[in-house]
Design a protein around this ligand. Structure first.
Ligand code: CMX
Length: 426
């Protein structure tokens, strides 16, 4: 008989605990990284100082989830990806079906969340609305309640998993509700018991099904954004907040506040804005020469070209490649997609000539917006919410594993500029 995710993890976790404890016993004092002054001042880039087993970002290959390159996983459902992130293996058909049932059994959004969202100013950014709602869900946190009752350390992960399933079971409903409320799309659409997570989200947003292609686009979107190892702003923030034993709702909400920044997840909103502005400036899909002109205008104004460059990647992001291939297949005649395609041919050359960005290649945010726009989500300030629904999977998988393995409070040592000056002068 198929096992629930909790049962599956229950058999896995003792082995993982043993593995970690052996590693620490034998190699606890071995050195894996050194730190330069430039790294201390430079956002800790490249310092190997934390552990994340859900996924790895290889500078030359991109995202690899549990040993599988993301391109090989692009047809999988997000629910399968969550299971893979947390257990290291894809679920069997029966395990998947049981897990989907469990998520649907946890799909109730408390009524006070809707009241809270309605009370917010109409001008609120949809990311502010989502993060507020996720944080407020902490009121029903199993982790928070059980911690107050004296739950033993060995059971932290179980309570964290209960909250994770509740959050995953509701976040798409909350996100869709925010969309309909903020953009006057009419009454909320209730979640369905019959369709998968991605299809349900597309349906609750009220998007036209386009013979199943809209659901396919949403599946791709939610699968590709699910995780990106542990050091990015949102994952790292969620990890730090969770390490204080703040409940998963606090931790994910904190991570999403980081995702809401323009150098991170908000780049997808900025990116489509940049594309549409270029189109407006030139009265339709611009030529390659016009794109080059606009790119230089942006750079000369001291701004970044959104969707390009990356802190780790040094090649075209395979997630961009996956979106690009989907666009070529389903929306090759769409002028917004055509502009994205032309920008891809021009901007890397411009950034190379500009000479600053370590990577001139597109990241995940460069192409995703054109797909969302085509399938009817024209309000691009909403795009980071879609990213958030997906990324909550990675953050939660990492958090549950960290509670299972007893990862301690995050507390790196900071030093003062005076200390660095004194140390380097010796
Ligand atoms: N356009 C213009 N300049 C860029 C650039 C871009 N797309 N990418 C990097 N640069 C500049 C940086 O601003 C930096 O300039 P300064 O030295 O004046 O500060 C210089 O090149 C070196 O930066 P880097 O080491 O290559 O990149 P970082 O690791 O510091 O930053 C990132 C990475 C993603 C923030 C940066 O490439 C950027 O701002 N890109 C545009 C925003 C974006 O697409 N963000 C989304 C990333 C993916 C995600 O998290 O969702």
């Amino acid at each position: 008989m198929a096992k629930t995710l909790k049962e599956k993890l229950g058999t896995l976790i003792p082995k993982l605990r043993e593995e970690r404890s052996e590693l620490l016993k034998k190699h606890g004092n071995d050195v894996i990284s050194n730190v330069t002054v430039a790294q201390a001042f430079g956002g800790m880039r490249g310092i190997k100082g934390m552990v994340c087993d859900t996924s790895v970002v290889d500078p030359d290959k991109g995202l690899i989830i549990r040993g599988k390159p993301i391109m090989k996983l692009r047809d999988k459902l997000p629910e399968e990806i969550f299971w893979l992130l947390i257990t290291g293996k894809l679920p069997s058909k029966d395990e998947l079906s049981l897990f989907q049932k469990e998520m649907k059994a946890n799909n109730e959004v408390p009524a006070y969340i809707w009241k809270l969202l309605k009370a917010m100013p109409k001008s609120s950014h949809p990311m502010t609305m989502l993060n507020t709602a996720v944080c407020a869900m902490g009121n029903v946190s199993v982790f928070r309640k059980r911690y107050a009752e004296g739950m033993p350390k060995t059971e932290y992960w179980e309570a964290a998993l209960d909250d994770s399933i509740h959050l995953l079971g509701t976040i798409h409903t909350i996100a869709a509700g925010i969309y309909r409320m903020k953009y006057n799309k009419g009454e909320r659409i209730e979640p369905s018991k019959k369709i998968d997570w991605a299809a349900d989200y597309a349906k609750m947003l009220g998007l036209a099904p386009k013979k199943g292609v809209t659901a396919k686009m949403m599946q791709l979107y939610l699968t590709l954004h699910s995780d990106h190892e542990g050091g990015n702003v949102s994952a790292n923030t969620c990890h730090t907040v969770g390490s204080a034993l703040s409940d998963p709702f606090y931790a994910v909400s904190a991570g999403l506040n980081g995702l809401a920044g323009p150098l991170h997840g908000l780049a997808n909103q900025e990116c489509l804005g940049w594309i549409l502005k270029t189109m407006e400036q030139f009265g339709g899909a611009p030529t390659e020469k016009q794109i080059e002109e606009h790119a230089w205008e942006t750079l000369n104004a001291g701004q970044v070209i959104p969707g390009y460059g990356h802190a780790v990647l040094r090649v075209t992001d395979p997630r961009f490649t996956a979106f690009h291939a989907f666009g070529k297949k389903y929306l090759s005649k769409d002028p917004v997609f055509q502009t994205v395609d032309r920008v891809f041919r021009i901007v890397p050359k411009v950034l190379r000539k500009h000479g600053k960005a370590k990577s001139p290649w597109p990241n995940v945010d460069a192409g995703s917006g054109s797909l969302l726009y085509h399938f009817g989500i024209k309000e691009f300030e909403y795009y980071t919410v879609l990213f958030s629904v997906s990324r909550s999977m990675g953050m939660l998988a990492q958090l549950v594993l960290n509670r299972a393995l007893g990862s301690p409070l995050t507390r790196p040592k900071s030093v003062s500029t005076a200390w660095i000056k004194k140390t380097v002068s010796k």
